[in-house]
Design a protein around this ligand. Structure first.
Ligand code: SF4
Length: 149
């Protein structure tokens, strides 16, 4: 099953007609699709500049938190693999300990694909410290022993 990416739609400022310029005090509404559960609630964030003034459409606190985070600092968990030498398999699954800024996902994946680690590795071992200066480590999500020759 593939995880849906939330859609972001910036709506016309509520106080203005379509095509009108947006003064600094105008309320703009940004829409997101919540990915917190399969219900997929349609979230709306009203903001003046970067300040959130209202959040609507959520059915639980998870959705409200997601809408605020998605508006101000969208983040995603990163799960991928790195090369591993001397193990049973050629790739080791890894993930970021916490979600990283969405804008860094592509760069972070590219960086991790340049890494190569050696067996043995235990689940939870740090594979990359302070990923791209985010302060977030990348850890192994499985153990891998050295394979017998
Ligand atoms: S707001 Fe709550 S109920 Fe609605 S999709 Fe998000 S997590 Fe699910």
């Amino acid at each position: 099953m593939t995880r849906r990416e939330p859609e972001e739609v910036v709506l016309t400022p509520r106080s203005q007609g379509a095509g009108a310029s947006t003064p600094a005090t105008a309320v703009r509404t940004v829409e997101f699709l919540c990915i917190g559960c399969p219900l997929g609630c349609h979230l709306e964030v009203d903001a003046v500049g970067e300040e959130i003034v209202d959040v609507r459409g959520y059915s639980c606190k998870v959705g409200e938190r997601f809408a605020r985070q998605e508006f101000s600092d969208p983040r995603r968990a990163l799960a991928t693999t790195v090369a591993i030498q001397g193990g049973r398999w050629p790739r080791l699954p890894v993930r970021s300990r916490e979600p990283i800024p969405k804008a860094l996902l592509r760069e972070a994946s590219a960086y991790l694909h340049t890494l190569s680690v050696a067996t043995p590795v235990a689940m939870g071992d740090v594979i990359a410290e302070d990923l791209l200066g985010t302060g977030i480590d990348v850890v192994a999500t499985r153990s891998m022993q050295r394979s017998e020759p």
